[in-house]
Write a protein that binds this ligand. Sequence first.
Ligand code: ADP
Ligand code: ZN
Ligand code: ZN
Length: 744
Amino acid sequence: MIARVQPLTTTRRLAGPFDYALPVAPVDVGSIVRIPFGRQALDGVVVGLAETTEVPDGSLVTPSAVREDSLPVELVELALWMADEYCSTPARALSLVLPPRGRPRAQLWASRTDAPLDGERLTARQRALLDGLPRAAGAELAALRRLEARGLAAIAPRARRRAPLTVPRADELVTLTDEQETALAAVERGGAWLLHGVTGSGKTEVYLRAAAAALERGEGVIMLVPEIALTPQTVGRFQARFGDTVALLHSALGEGERYDEWRRLRTGTARIAIGPRSAVFAPLQQLGLVVIDEEHDSSYKHEGDPRYDARHVAAWRVGAAGGGIGARPSIAGSVADAGTEDGPSRTVPAGGAWEIVAGARRPADRVELCGRAEGSLPPVRRRLLCGSATPRPETWHALSRLTLSERVGSRSLPPVRVLDMRGARHPLHPDTRRALGEARKAILLLNRRGWSNFLTCRSCGKVWECPQCDVALVLHRAEHAVACHHCGHRERVPERCDACGSPAVARYGAGTERLEAELAEALDVPVFRLDADTAGVKDAVPELLARFATAPAGLLVGTQMVAKGHDFPDVTLGVVVDADATLRFPDFRAEERTFALIAQLAGRAGRGPRGGQVLVQTTAPGAPAIAAAAAHDTRGFVADELERRRALDYPPFADLIRIVCSAPAAGTPRAAAGEIAGAVTGAAGATVLGPAPLFRLRGRHRSQVVVKAHERAAAVDAVRVAVDRAARQREYRDVAFSVDVDPQ
Ligand code: ADP
Ligand code: ZN
Ligand code: ZN
């Protein structure tokens, strides 16, 4: 037998896998091995086993070591699929799904043997010790060793869990509402579902019940949340209900904790994985359910290579990708005939577009499974449940929808008032100021960090810009610095203009830092600021949120982070200070984002008995996204938005692929982009937009091409070929290429 090993290198040029002889230690698909590779040693993943090789006899090398932890076969397949799907490489995709580094921490564990105690002469202390078993030996090791010598106790090493610190909440046992019952029953039938319901409508309760049902069937669950720090309630509720079978996976865990949590899932000790997007790679044994909370959240998209989208990967894991979320639901029924748990070839209308059978849509040809083909496993009908108050139009279009139409306890959503800021002098509308004076607790959202957006010289007009990027520097007053929000460049605040010497340097616009200062001065309540600048330190976010939660009065000011998942019953006022900030963004998702931001903020306000209101300041009061959000009209907004997208041929009616070429020199990115555009135009019926210039970033000039495709796989292939060809050309030696399938 031969092991086919994919070396984990970052270069794009090496196209594995390569053949190796089997080492003494057992290996299988998913084993992680150390391999001699040229003159170096690399880690590699076994992606297949084969009977024969083309490597001549005698020159086959053997891996030098096999790691104790291995990947489940499914994750190997998943990585190979991602490499294709996102125009990346197998090595880069595999490195995303690897087990964390580490080893179990052992402790000595003492337990009773079968030996009877009758007739044994024991002191009171010894008897108490024996009665207390099993337990960690700890400080009693010597005493326990004496009992072990008499055959009364057994002592052996045992893995000791390093558990992440969390705050479990008291579990509430509730009777489901009719709508919750209906939703749960639908999910139980299998397939992929959208659960649409405003914050507080009881979605989490449906997730919890669906998870309980999966556990009961012996299946594992993945629960994806946007960000652990901003969603401690969800984690706490899962732990309160399911205890230690919940494993937490996220990057802020210590190395040992992360290793232990991964291992508990891999061995089946834990069967629910909770975490942000990377938790979609949880090594669960028998995955039965993936829940994606706040499915509209942009954090589900990974910005490294491969640029995967956890929502799309989740759809693959439940067997629904291929079309995936965001694709046209044209595969209706196509999987249905592959057989269900009720027997082969019975079409069951469940989950609308998708009837899911594990393994049915896997690209299994990529992996030689050596007699362990996944088709031979008992078919599991997997489920996907995406929840949101503001679903993406893609999801709305692709999935069958379940609705929770009102908040639990029928507390209504707060009224939203749009305040026209055209011609306004002061950053806060008079009505906003009045409302702030009356509310004891309020949340203000301003999607712009720092003090002011840009500095300019009143005498000569110089604008302070980043030397590396073509963008204005933002003033951060507390740090006496101006900073670039794209590359992190910082310099001291200028006291005078370095071009003309004038001391008259003007500051324009307002960010969260300035808003915080002005509010603190104007109002007699504590002001808490939450944005990327204050969230940097570990535990800063939960501490800040806790202080705001317990304060009798206060204002929470910040970027979109303030609109996420929090539950503060005593907040009666929400203010969007500049709704145009997201609306003006040059992107076809600008409307969708603006709508979501306002609706999410409305979900934070008026959760308690005193009700509340939301004020939206804008210079575009008539914008459809703002008007729809003010009317709490998700259905209407999404319907209009889908019509607009259909007319413009945007997702979900086409797939987008974005290629960015960048280089230190100005001319080559544009030329390389032009060549790629030419090569892809017409391929697989794709339309090509660009090349279009992007602003210079980190000293690199950039040019982008956007491909609109109706045959996704063929278009991705055409892009891959075009990019590979351009990358090999001498004149583009200095050009870096980045491919983003489904850009956000
Ligand atoms: P969402 O996830 O949509 O924000 P939750 O599931 O958190 O909503 O529910 C909001 C609150 O209502 C929670 O405190 C929850 O315990 C409670 N709740 C949920 N379902 C019910 C129910 N059927 N009966 C009573 N209370 C419920
Ligand atoms: Zn000047
Ligand atoms: Zn910069």
